[in-house]
Design a protein around this ligand. Structure first.
Ligand SMILES: [Zn+2]
Length: 217
């Protein structure tokens, strides 16, 4: 299977990338710079894991979402601290981000003659992100299948897994989770207090897997 993997450099998509490689997929990764506060750190992690760790080609696409409203984007309000399911975390949603990224992925996948697209959306995303739920992923999958000559298939194999379950899988297959990046604030180290950091910390703890991430708080 020739798979185009939508890769943020985050924990979930790093474990999924490791899984695809273990399952002998021919993989190429696609990452996006869209003006988020943590884009530079994400890009570094994506490059480190795909290019250097796995020796897998990485496409990096720049897209301009600067007119969108989100605390995740540069120049907009501060990323709120809090638990990742808290209502204030909705401020970090980038409207329809997965829809936009998957549309680009579909076009690139068809262009390079690959068979399927993978994305690491998981159950922990469901509370806040409407475009991470099955109710979105399923019809998007249908749209990509119908809208391409190759009938490209979209797969989100972690859609019903918790982040804790993903960390357990990652530990089992020795995914390079330690060099993935989660923090929304994009500082030198993980802040330890934003929703993404809280979720990351909790997942390692609940999975009983040692977390080598260095947190500021
Ligand atoms: Zn953080």
């Amino acid at each position: 299977m020739r798979t185009l993997h939508v890769y943020s450099g985050g924990l979930d998509s790093t474990v999924l990338l490791s899984h695809l490689i273990k399952e002998k997929h021919e993989v190429r990764c696609l990452s996006f710079s869209y003006g988020s506060k943590h884009n530079e750190k994400e890009r570094m992690a994506a490059n480190l894991v795909s290019t250097h760790w796995f020796d897998v080609p990485l496409y990096q696409m720049d897209i301009d979402l600067s007119m969108f409203k989100s605390a995740l984007l540069q120049g907009q309000e501060e990323v709120p601290n809090g638990y990742y399911t808290d209502d204030n975390q909705k401020k970090t949603v980038v409207p329809f981000r997965n829809g936009i990224m998957l549309a680009y992925a579909a076009g690139l996948c068809e262009s390079i003659g690959f068979d399927d697209i993978t994305i690491g959306a998981h159950a922990g995303d469901h509370a806040i992100y409407p475009d991470c739920r099955a109710a979105f992923i399923d019809p998007m999958s249908e749209a990509i299948y119908r809208g391409t000559y190759k009938n490209i298939v979209l797969r989100a194999p972690f859609l019903n897994l918790s982040k804790t379950e993903i960390v357990k899988i990652g530990a089992e297959i020795k995914a390079p989770m330690d060099i993935s990046w989660s923090c929304y604030k994009g500082g030198d180290l993980h802040c330890g207090e934003c929703g993404a950091c809280q979720e990351r910390k909790e997942a390692f703890k609940d999975a009983g897997v040692r977390d080598f991430t260095i947190y500021m708080g």
